[in-house]
Write a protein that binds this ligand. Structure first.
Ligand code: TAP
Length: 497
């Protein structure tokens, strides 16, 4: 161990310092600049990444275009694409401990979470999507167009890779988001320019090394680092990028969407959320309390699907809210590398300011702080898990995404009111319903305007389940078979005979 990190991770940090992957070469930014990478558990500098420029974007996109047209990649059989993805998944699994540690140091999340969810989740997803490489299908079509007596037309459709993909990802699940973008792109034969968030570039860069080790031709995957407002914007506006796959805030997603639509490139957007957790009168209180607490406090509340609005039937309101608050107060907060930690720091001082600011706004809107409501008096970016009650449904803390460990709780009197409150949001990413009444659940689920509705669980994401948002939560569905639509074009071929 050195500096509290394993020697493997210390070596990786040294090797990756100030470098990014373009066209198979590891190099610094063309302007020579770097940006510090901060450990959120102590606020100290962990590493540095390149401060990439639009010139670097041009080079990465050109490398991805060359790779897309290179027969070594373009003519690779589906079986070989599947095999390569399995090799990448195997390499990731073989380095699971190192990746979990890197993710925790970079993002702050508890090592338990990165080693049990982030890394295995990325491996499982790569394995799942590898199987689709050999199952891309078109259809044969009977045409009605008249021709000679014994002649006709034979028509069929093909699925072809969309081309060069610009993938822009956030800091909350950096490795998993990288896998969600790289997996389907590589399964379908696309090439990628991946831009991780500035707060958390490390696991994406290390994954770039594994991509090379797995044997992908140079330029099939490029990992570039730099500021979103410079590099991300240049990538999303680049005329030779065929598709942008973006996960991040609704504000930036809207900007990206505009620039992409202007040039008619393809785009998928996975954006923000303000997901309701609805507890019906007959719910198992113990399960609902544990579920509601995990729904908001996992990953420090920095999850797009976080159950950040709790609506409880008035008859059970005090019991459930007190139960969630008691769990919050008991949570062990500390550095993610400490094995006892249940909640780590927020990702950055900026995020800490945002979360603390929202709780102050909540107080000014009349909210009572049932538990939490303070930053921790220690180095690093720590904030207490917080539960607010007593504000109106129209309050900003109820309507706006906080992206931190802050839960707002409100009572309801009947199912119609629960539906109205749950749907009273600009977002529509996910929701959960807690109840043992099958009829009530089946009546409620279709009425919730969200891309995923969980029943008696929350945050259950599986590679087989399509995932994405209604309303301002985004556009397109990742995972499941549905993701193939995002990374392929359908071509009709019509043959006269
Ligand atoms: P953003 O600020 O939107 O950043 C996301 C990514 O976009 C980062 O890589 C960022 O780069 C880049 N970016 C910033 N400005 C850009 C621009 N003008 N053009 C192109 N790219 C730009 O979000 P965040 O704060 O990192 O992440 C939190 C948000 O992501 C939350 O709203 C959350 O709900 C959402 N999220 C959604 C999902 C799904 S699946 N729906 C999953 C995770 C997170 P820099 O880091 O360099 O600024």
């Amino acid at each position: 161990m050195q500096d509290g990190n394993s020697t493997t991770v210390t070596g990786t940090l040294e090797r990756l310092r100030g470098r990014m992957l373009i066209g198979g070469q590891w190099r610094g930014a063309s302007g020579g600049g770097t940006i510090p990478v901060i450990n959120p558990a102590d606020g100290r500098r962990l590493s540095e990444m390149p401060d990439g420029t639009p010139e670097d974007v041009n080079e990465a996109v050109a490398a991805a275009r060359r790779a897309f047209e290179n027969p070594d990649w373009a003519r690779l059989s589906p079986t070989d694409r599947e095999r390569l993805l399995h090799r990448l998944a195997d390499l990731l699994a073989a380095h699971a401990g190192e990746f979990a540690e890197l993710e925790t140091l970079d993002n702050g999340k508890p090592l338990k979470l990165s080693s049990r969810v982030d890394v295995p989740g990325a491996v499982d997803y790569l394995r799942y999507i590898a199987g689709w490489a050999t199952k891309l299908e078109g259809s044969t079509l009977d045409l009605s167009f008249p021709r000679s007596a014994d002649g006709g037309y034979h028509a069929y459709t093909r699925r072809e890779p969309v081309g060069v993909v610009g993938a822009i990802i956030p800091w909350n699940y950096p490795l998993m988001m990288a896998a969600w973008k790289l997996g389907p792109a590589l399964a379908t034969g696309c090439t990628v320019v991946l831009k991780p968030a500035s707060e958390t570039p490390l696991t994406a860069l290390r994954l770039g090394e594994l991509v090379q080790q797995a044997g992908y031709p140079d330029g099939v995957v490029n990992v570039i680092c730099g500021r979103g407002s410079v590099l991300g914007q240049a990538l999303s506006r680049h005329p030779d990028v065929d598709k942008i796959a973006f996960t991040g805030s609704t504000g930036v997603g809207r900007e990206v969407g505009h620039s992409v639509v202007d040039r008619m490139a393809r785009v998928s957007l996975e954006l923000g959320g303000k997901s309701p957790v609805i507890v019906l009168p007959d719910a198992d209180a113990k399960a609902a309390i544990a579920g509601a607490a995990a729904a908001i406090f996992a990953n420090q509340g920095q999850a797009c699907t976080a159950g950040s609005r709790l609506y409880v039937h008035r008859s059970r309101f005090d019991e459930v809210v007190e139960g969630v608050a008691a769990r919050a107060a008991r949570m062990r907060i500390g550095a993610g590398m400490d094995p006892d930690t249940q909640m780590g720091p927020l990702v950055s001082d900026r995020q800490l300011e945002t979360v603390a600011g929202y709780v102050d706004i909540g107080r000014s809107e009349g909210a009572s702080v049932v538990t939490g409501g303070q930053r921790l008096d220690r180095e690093g970016f720590f904030y207490q898990p917080t539960v607010l009650t007593g504000m109106a449904q129209s309050a900003r803390v109820v309507q706006e995404e906080i992206f931190g460990p802050v839960l707002v709780a409100l009572p309801f009197d009947d199912p119609d009111e629960a539906v109205a409150l749950a749907n009273d949001s600009d977002y529509g990413l996910a929701a959960s319903i807690w109840s043992n009444n099958l009829t009530a659940v089946n009546r409620l689920a279709p009425r919730i305007r969200a891309g995923t509705v969980w029943v008696n669980c929350h945050n259950m994401l599986d590679p087989a389940m399509p995932f994405g948002g209604f309303k301002l939560s985004g556009h397109g569905r990742e995972m499941g078979r549905a993701v193939l639509d995002l990374y392929t074009e359908t071509k009709s071929v019509c043959v006269a005979y």
